[in-house]
Design a protein around this ligand. Structure first.
Ligand code: NAI
Length: 478
């Protein structure tokens, strides 16, 4: 009989948690241990009440229920997991650097390096090390060099296997992946490791969907995918600004161009702007890499995607101020949604944070309702942005924490958040917002009752009929 295979995954976040859960579900003969230095996070993954999992994703609970305790384990025992593992996935965070060289642009690789040194320290045999985190092209080389320098007794094979899941649809994306990408070098060790990783995914995906490339292509494909996706959002958002000046309607344009099979219909919804932990950070990282390799034109091309996104968020906030007679000071602006998209509790880089930050400069009162985000998260997001605000916003003031806590209120119930509002801003496209009793909401607001729909989830016809002054993105009554 074959020796049992052990997997360790370092980092139990939005990627490590769901990815390893789905692998464990489909590979009952493999033991999967997900480790993290964050004890609270591990405890939450082990909570018997599945509503307390640290990541909210549709379908995740069911997968956890099936595999946890059987062949899926969440633990803080980094050393033990590394010792037991044949294959080690690195799924730690790679945020934008907030200090020093490359500040505000480069990926901060300190967590990856730390984790690499831990692997070297605790390894008791040969290991396959898999980059799951999104990394700058050629990071595998640095990982290999560190491993070899720290531990010359064992052999390490470093592969790249970037993750393409999208938050909000993570489980479905993993179960029915368009493709899985694995990059390895063409040495016998590399090729044999490649087969091992590939066979994991082939438990539930057809063989043709597992793509095999060299390591550098694999690393750079992930950055490219995110850059292209974000570019589509910024492109349609750029057009939305022109629509608002001309009477063209961006939804009609998206529909019309999306029917062209060369363009395709997905990812063409105009909005207040993209958020999430990945798009901005990965493009900034790509931009930094291009400058590093002395390709300034390429760097500027991609950087513009982030600039357009900042412009869109800023434009949305400025429009609220302008429409409310050029003053929002002391006015109640109610936010529907704080998460960066629907069906996730993740708020990293959410457009809501930037819009709120801008309105707070004018001392608006922000009243927030989001079905999955708690009050402390909202406050911490705002304080974090005030601390590390680099992109374009040098002239912004940072308010003292007490003032932020005073001006920002978070509710467990939407109708309380919306009562007596001067304006409503929709920042996340949660489905439930569509089915609210908008007549009742209107009756309980100050008039004129303004709605700024940053996600185009409501219709002007319905909202105007009730009496709202409604503004979507990319369409205006001229
Ligand atoms: P996350 O911040 O949710 O999770 C990372 C976890 O790693 C944290 O819980 C942290 O405590 C842990 N960690 C850091 N250093 C550690 C160490 N030395 N030992 C043990 N644990 C350690 O991050 P997330 O969102 O899961 O992202 C991880 C990587 O995957 C990033 O590189 C990201 O770019 C990439 N990615 C993220 C996607 C997403 O939708 N969030 C999608 C595809 C890729």
């Amino acid at each position: 009989s074959k020796k049992k295979l052990y997997i360790a995954c370092i980092g139990a976040g939005y990627v490590g948690g769901p990815t390893m859960s789905v692998i464990a579900k489909h590979c009952p003969e493999i033991d999967v241990e997900v480790v993290d230095v964050n004890k609270d996070r591990i405890n939450a993954w082990n909570d018997s009440n599945l509503d307390n999992l640290p990541v909210y994703e549709p379908g995740l609970k069911e997968v956890i229920q099936k595999a946890r305790g059987r062949n899926l384990f969440f633990t803080t025992d980094v050393k033990g997991a590394i010792e037991r593992a044949d294959i080690i996935f690195i799924s730690v965070n790679t945020p934008t650097k907030v200090y020093g060289e490359g500040k505000g642009m480069a990926a901060d690789l300190k967590y990856v390096e730390l984790c690499t040194r831990q692997i070297a320290k605790y390894s008791n045999g040969d290991k396959i090390v898999v980059e799951k985190s999104t990394l700058p092209v050629r990071t595998a080389e640095s990982i290999r060099r560190i491993l070899e320098a720290e531990d010359s007794k064992h052999s390490f094979t470093v592969l790249s296997n970037p993750e393409f899941l999208a938050e909000g649809t993570a489980i479905d994306d993993l179960e029915n992946a368009d493709r899985v990408l694995i990059g390895s070098d063409e040495t016998p060790f590399g090729l044999s490791a490649l087969e091992k990783i590939s066979s994991i995914y082939e438990h539930w995906l057809p063989k043709e969907r597992v793509l095999k490339t060299n390591v550098w292509s694999s690393e750079l494909s992930k950055l490219t995918a995110n850059a292209m996706l974000a570019q589509r959002v910024s492109s349609i958002n750029a057009i939305s600004a022109l629509c608002e000046q001309t009477g063209a309607d961006v939804a009609e344009i998206s529909h019309a161009i999306g029917m062209d099979s060369r363009i395709g219909s997905k990812f063409l919804n105009a909005s207040v702007g993209f958020g999430g932990s990945c798009f901005q950070k990965d493009i900034l990282n790509l931009t930094y890499l291009c400058r590093y390799f002395n390709l300034p034109e390429v760097a500027e091309y991609w950087e513009q995607v982030v600039k357009m996104n900042d412009y869109q968020k800023n434009r949305f906030a400025n429009n609220i101020i302008k429409t409310l007679f050029n003053t929002v000071s002391g006015k109640k602006i109610s936010f529907l949604g704080w998460a960066f998209k629907k069906d996730t509790n993740d708020t990293r880089e959410s457009a809501a944070i930037y819009v709120a930050d801008k309105l707070l400069q004018d001392r608006a009162e922000i009243h927030v309702y989001d079905p999955k985000v708690n009050s402390e998260q909202v406050i911490q997001d705002l304080l974090y942005l005030q601390k590390y605000r680099f992109v374009n916003n040098h002239d912004f003031e940072s308010l003292p924490e007490e003032e932020v806590r005073d001006l920002v209120k978070v509710y467990n119930d939407p109708y309380s958040a919306l009562k007596d509002a001067h304006a409503i801003a929709i920042l996340t496209e949660w489905d439930e917002f569509k089915s609210y009793n908008w007549q009742e909401i209107y009756d309980n607001m100050h008039k004129p009752a303004f709605v700024f729909d940053g996600r185009n989830i409501l219709t002007r016809t319905m909202m105007s009929k009730i009496g709202f002054k409604y503004q979507g993105i990319g369409s205006a009554e001229l």
